[in-house]
Design a binder for this molecule. Structure first.
Ligand SMILES: Cc1ncc(COP(=O)(O)O)c(C=O)c1O
Length: 326
């Protein structure tokens, strides 16, 4: 890791190697932390990095915080400013992952969220393909069930819940699959290990309900908007049975990490002819173009990091100094 890399840590920009928490921190001991994962896409022609749907990520982060009794004295706009500033300091010229984590920072025994201050840290790291170029994923239906809303709400991005993800993903990988599809306790399809899932049947794009213990993905919303507004494809949100997966015309994962990941077999059964389907392919192509800033209509979803025409992101010191809990 480059020594000059910086992190944002408990109210300051510091060298990444100095951004360290105590082993007694409750967020670490009990998983009482929430996070977001964003991508910055490098556009070589424009020598620009675009952060994809940054505001929406921070809006969702605020919702996760609400569930976990977390109170951070930054607004969504201020979080966007801090993120842009960190990227400028690290100055990546390649696709980059941005990981803010908000955590309970008291050093004590006991998991209570009360009387436990909330802190923020954030780093950036180069990040390419999640599936390492695999075109057409082979997945299994996991025998681990998705965490239920009344256990650990999946619609919040809670660090502790990712032990569930880790179990499902690890078993899929060690069994020789690329990833897995996880069911809810009720036996219906929930989502992938860390991504949402879409099925194509008779030309319609179908995904699972928000009440099926999914993280309601920003990429999932993006797919809806692209399908309806650009591709004229009908969409539907409904319960999906496991057996419908095997009979789908097409299947694909979507998520910030996974991007659009076509699935070509489930539990060793080919999906249709076992090739990437035409709708998945169209959506993947359009998504990539939008994220890289090659589609003017969707620039509204992108935050340019290096050429900030409206000087929207110049007041970072003010954000740090004015923050009431510093
Ligand atoms: C469990 C889970 N589901 C779905 C997603 C997809 O969400 P998004 O498209 O907002 O990245 C993610 C994460 O990135 C995830 O961790």
């Amino acid at each position: 890791m480059d020594k000059k890399q910086q992190a944002f840590f408990e109210g300051k920009f510091v060298p990444l190697e100095d951004a360290k928490i105590s082993i007694m921190t409750t967020g670490f001991l009990y998983g009482t932390a929430i996070f977001e994962g964003m991508r910055g896409y490098w556009n070589e022609n424009k020598k620009e990095m675009y952060v994809f749907r940054m505001r929406e990520h921070y809006e969702r982060m605020m919702d996760s915080m609400k569930i976990m009794h977390m109170d951070l004295k930054y607004s969504v706009d201020e979080l966007c400013q801090l993120t842009v500033e960190l990227l400028r300091r690290n100055a990546p010229q390649q696709d980059t992952y941005i990981r803010p984590t908000v955590y309970k920072s008291a050093c004590k025994i006991g998991p209570s969220l009360e009387n436990n201050p909330t802190e923020l840290c954030m780093f950036t790291i180069p990040f390419g393909d999640y599936f390492h170029g695999s075109d057409g994923l082979s997945v299994q239906v996991s025998n681990w069930r998705r965490v239920e809303d009344n256990a650990i709400p999946a619609r919040a991005k809670i660090v502790g819940a990712y032990a569930n993800t880790a179990l499902a993903k690890t078993d899929a990988l060690t069994a020789g699959f690329d990833d897995c599809i996880v069911l809810s306790e009720n036996g219906h399809v929930s989502e992938g290990s860390a991504m949402n899932i879409f099925m194509v049947k008779r030309g319609k794009l179908i995904t699972t309900l928000g009440t099926e213990n999914i993280l309601e993905g920003i990429t999932r919303n993006t797919v809806f908007e692209m399908a309806e507004n650009e591709l004229g494809i009908k969409t539907e949100c409904r319960q999906i049975d496991r057996s419908e997966l095997y009979m789908a015309d097409e299947l694909f994962f979507c998520g910030t990490g996974a991007q659009i990941g076509p699935i070509t077999s489930v539990d060793k059964r080919l999906i249709a002819d076992g090739k990437v389907g035409p709708i998945s392919d169209k959506i993947r192509t359009l998504y990539t173009a939008i994220c890289r800033g090659e589609h003017n209509k969707y620039h509204k979803w992108l935050t340019p990091v290096y050429h900030d025409k409206g000087n929207q992101f110049q007041n970072c010191n003010q954000v740090i100094n004015a923050s009431p809990n510093r």
